[in-house]
Design a protein around this ligand. Structure first.
Ligand code: CA2
Length: 151
């Protein structure tokens, strides 16, 4: 059985591609999911892809990934990145690597976006590269897991 990577997306990311394309681009969340599945195939991972607008649901999925013994989590917690001690605590309570991803460069935007609770407990952080950041995060998890990659 292939190891699993959870890709977890936070609030409003369901709107991707339909609103504010100048900020977040034209790719939809379905496009991001397809990109993740392609990267998963390349790196030998099963992909569980989720999105929620609810903080507690994100916390439950982080716990689920921990219980399931996943290879890692790719997490775009969206606005909860900057506010959620609950998500920080959930990540701190599991041992799997979490790669924090943002479509935009959160350091080049409003000052409040420079604070990330997720970064304090993430193994790595990728931001500003758009949807390809998700693929790079999956490649990073493959490297950490010593996973064979298809050329
Ligand atoms: O750049 C990112 O990926 C963010 O996580 C996106 C969040 C934002 O709060 C973070 O600071 C950075 C916002 C997600 C909202 O997504 C939308 C997509 C299309 C239209 C409106 C919102």
């Amino acid at each position: 059985m292939k190891p699993t990577v959870y890709v977890i997306n936070g609030p409003n990311l369901n709107l991707l591609g339909n609103r504010e394309p100048e900020k977040y681009g034209r790719a939809t969340l379905a496009d991001v999911e397809a990109l993740c599945r392609t990267a998963g195939e390349r790196h030998g991972f099963e992909i569980v892809f989720r999105q929620s607008n609810h903080e507690g649901e994100l916390v439950s999925w982080i716990q689920e990934a921990g219980r399931a013994g996943a290879a890692g989590i790719v997490l775009n917690a969206a606005a909860y990145t900057h506010t959620s001690v609950a998500i920080l605590d959930a990540i701190a309570a599991i041992t799997l690597p979490v790669i924090e991803v943002h479509l935009t460069n959160i350091h080049a935007r409003e000052p409040f976006r420079r604070t990330s609770y997720v970064s304090q407990v993430a193994k790595g952080v990728i931001c500003g590269l758009g949807p390809q950041g998700y693929g790079l995060a999956i490649a990073g998890l493959a490297g950490l897991a010593g996973q064979e990659t298809r050329t």
